[in-house]
Design a protein around this ligand. Structure first.
Ligand SMILES: [Zn+2]
Length: 346
């Protein structure tokens, strides 16, 4: 999704959104919402840069456990997805007892636009777009399921309209027009959204370059099995997929992939098993299951600087995580030198 950042032509954005919706219509895929969370004391930043799917427990937990009176900054760049997913995130954010600011970094369409409305303050980059439309669904069957779904779609529309009404100063008829659009929905530029008081502020594009913004899809397991405890000695071999499951990677759900990813330090995404980098926790079929392996930790430390495409910030986080597994005496020496020495001896 990172290609959405930056200057984009209105027609291109609109046709991409319609293409996305059309694809979802013809073959809806159940997805779990992927997000990235970064907490600094009472400041939490959440990135939604992917298709909006079912809301994972981890997101509900992250928001509900964030200390009251703090702030949550939400960064959005998504074509949308599940209306229920968008509404759930909206409810979670509105329920937070603190400040919520939402920021559209590129496109917030459909379900992602609902999330944008959760901000007490809503910002959008100058080159950004919002897209609102009516809920839709594909239905097969006689008139009964059609009538039932029509009723449900209408309920979702009314919910979205109510949210728009409470979050903007638009009149009911204006909202209906916005959802209808000329054909199906309305694409709003940043300035149009500001004029309609849907957003509070139009901002310069974020300081990060396109490159570093694309990093937000990176995945760093935050809670490896065995916790942050010291690693254990023992034979260590790089785990293979078979150590975790008999299924093929493409058959695994996001939750299952996440559970496996926690045995590693880092992944660019969860698209392939090979994208998981720096393994250091024993797989479930090992007698030390889930625990960190000291040999694996030292190996991973030696390789942190060799993983292509990792940002310096993520390298530091990876090292910090790995060092926590080392015994204290070893942590105090220059671990990188030590790890390199070990690597050379392999
Ligand atoms: Zn670990």
């Amino acid at each position: 999704m990172s290609q959405l950042i930056g200057f984009q032509r209105r027609e291109d954005v609109e046709s991409k959104i319609r293409e996305f919706i059309q694809n979802e219509r013809s073959e809806p895929k159940p997805t779990e919402l992927r997000f990235k969370a970064e907490a600094k004391e009472k400041d939490l930043t959440l990135w939604f840069y992917d298709t909006i799917g079912d809301v994972p427990q981890a997101l509900a937990k992250t928001i509900s456990e964030h200390p009251e009176g703090g702030s949550i900054n939400v960064r959005i760049n998504s074509y949308g997805g599940s209306a229920f997913g968008g509404l759930s995130v909206y409810d979670l954010l509105r329920g937070y007892k603190g400040t919520v600011t939402t920021q559209v970094d590129g496109v917030a369409a459909s379900a992602a636009a609902i999330i944008a409305l959760a901000g007490q303050r809503i910002r959008i980059v100058q080159s950004g777009f919002l897209f609102f439309h009516r809920a839709w669904a594909g239905v097969v069957g006689n008139y009964r399921p059609h009538l039932q779904i029509a009723g449900e779609l209408r309920k979702i529309d009314i919910l979205i309209a109510t949210i728009l009404e409470s979050r903007t100063k638009l009149a009911k008829e204006q909202i209906e027009d916005l959802l209808d659009g000329e054909a199906d929905g309305t694409l709003l530029s940043a300035d149009e959204a500001l004029t309609m008081h849907i957003v509070d502020e139009v901002i310069e594009p974020p300081q990060q370059s396109v490159d570093s913004l694309s990093d937000v899809s990176l995945f760093i397991p935050t809670n490896p099995p065995g916790g942050d405890g010291e690693g254990v000695e023992g034979d260590w071999e790089r785990p293979v997929l078979k150590d975790f499951t008999d299924s093929s990677w493409s058959d695994l759900s996001t939750a299952e992939r996440n559970a496996i990813a926690k045995h590693f330090v880092f992944a660019f995404d969860l698209e392939t098993f090979g994208s998981l980098k720096l393994p250091h926790h024993f797989p479930p079929n090992h007698r030390n299951k889930g625990k960190a392996s000291l040999a694996g930790v030292r190996n991973a430390l030696a390789r942190v600087s060799m993983v292509d495409g990792m940002s310096e910030e993520d390298r530091d986080r990876a090292r910090a995580h790995l060092r926590k597994h080392l015994p204290e005496r070893e942590d105090s020496v220059d671990v990188d030198t030590l790890a390199l020495a070990i690597l050379r001896n392999l």
